[in-house]
Write a protein that binds this ligand. Structure first.
Ligand code: UDP
Ligand code: MG
Length: 139
């Protein structure tokens, strides 16, 4: 295994419910290093650029409305095999299908309102980290 970085978001549903601390505690407990972190609100256009890969999907409008509906917390997490490790820590996209003990199972309320985002591959992690953070923020 080798150290890797992934991109994570605490989504607007979690921030508005005030459960950022619970999610950050789980990130820490799972053994990730938080390399960079910031709180911000995306415009619908910025959310659309982030989720451009889903542009043709029926849920795209709802997704970009949701992701621009309030503040998010954007992070770069580092660990051995961080991309897969963070996907495992989050659980499946649909909280109903996620394993007990995962963030989405325990805290998510629907397939849309699933409290966190995580990159799914090295290429998407590189794009997503660069979409949110400048090089100087990642030293
Ligand atoms: N999503 C949705 N309806 C769906 C599938 C996905 O609202 O049927 C939302 C959900 O918030 C998900 C995001 O779109 O996290 C991106 O979908 P993806 O398939 O990439 O899931 P993820 O990588 O987040 O597990
Ligand atoms: Mg995805």
């Amino acid at each position: 295994m080798s150290l890797e970085r992934t991109f994570a978001i605490i989504k607007p549903d979690a921030v508005s419910r005030g459960i950022q601390g619970e999610i950050l505690a789980r990130i820490q407990k799972a053994g990730f290093t938080i390399v960079a972190i910031k709180s911000m609100r995306l415009t619908k256009e910025e959310a659309g650029g982030f989720y451009a890969v889903h542009k043709a999907r029926p849920f795209f409008g709802e997704l970009t409305d949701f992701m621009s509906s309030g503040k998010i917390i954007a992070m770069v997490l580092e660990a051995d095999a961080a991309i897969l490790k963070w996907r495992d820590t989050m659980g499946a996209t649909d909280p109903k299908k996620a394993a007990p003990g995962t963030i989405r199972h325990d805290l998510g309320t629907s397939i849309g309102n699933n409290v966190t985002h995580g990159s799914d591959a090295p290429e998407t992690a590189a794009f997503e980290i660069g979409y949110f953070f400048a090089g100087l923020e990642l030293i």
